[in-house]
Design a protein around this ligand. Sequence first.
Ligand SMILES: NC(=O)c1ccc[n+]([C@@H]2O[C@H](COP(=O)([O-])OP(=O)(O)OC[C@H]3O[C@@H](n4cnc5c(N)ncnc54)[C@H](O)[C@@H]3O)[C@@H](O)[C@H]2O)c1
Length: 256
Amino acid sequence: MELAGRKAVVTGAASGIGRAVAVRFAAEGAELALLDREPAGLEETATAIEEAGGRAHPVIADLGEEPAAVAAMARAIAALGGIDILVTSAGIGLQKRLLDHDLGDFSRIFSVNLFGLFVCLREAGKAMRAAGRGGRIVNIASVAGLRGATGRAAYGASKAAVVNLTQTAAVELADHDITVNAVAPGPIDTPLVEAMHTEATREAWKRALPLARYGEPGDVAAAALYLAGDGARFVTGHVLVVDGGYIAAGIRFALD
Ligand SMILES: NC(=O)c1ccc[n+]([C@@H]2O[C@H](COP(=O)([O-])OP(=O)(O)OC[C@H]3O[C@@H](n4cnc5c(N)ncnc54)[C@H](O)[C@@H]3O)[C@@H](O)[C@H]2O)c1
């Protein structure tokens, strides 16, 4: 098992990608602390892990508030008795014309996608530094942080900031043998996407993707597992796209 004996904190673990990461990491032998603001979803994830023979500690918290996020990380690390891995998947979306955005939109999106992620990263980094055993941090960014797209002013900017924060954290935390990487998913079928993507949006995405289909949460979990595992010990500051070829593609047309 790839993560036998490791202690992992996963944020956004009540749903979608965070849940898939937590379940996969548990199946690979990690003990999990699960952070989210949704108690029912957290319980479902914890039950799924425990029924499969794993160990999970749910911690309910709004990670968009600094004191709450600090307290939640402390509870998670105490419940696990340490931390080897952090995966930051808690996030919220927004699809709205740029000219209709206001600073409230930016503030709401940034408070979770960037500020909450930063606080969890900082707290994990401090605990890993104190323990002196190194560590792994995997941030869930987005292709929206690497390319422009319709309706993504605040969301895309928050994810672009996550990409840069990942690189800066990789540089600074290398002294403590802590690697920091990001996964940038393309469209993945999760509750967040179901709520935001109309049929027209789904068709547009499929046309833009060489693989012409949405990904599954497990596709992102597999990438996070690679970055958290021994095989990636010399990889840091990297952004791994899991996107059906979206970033690779420019113009595409039929050849006769
Ligand atoms: N699904 C996609 O297509 C896609 C693509 C690129 C990036 N992402 C990113 O992946 C991550 C997970 O997205 P998902 O699709 O699994 O969405 P999701 O809505 O299924 O899961 C997100 C989880 O984050 C939690 N969360 C949100 N705000 C929180 C807060 N303030 N405090 C604590 N928990 C909070 C939610 O309760 C939820 O359980 C997000 O960061 C998202 O931006 C998703």
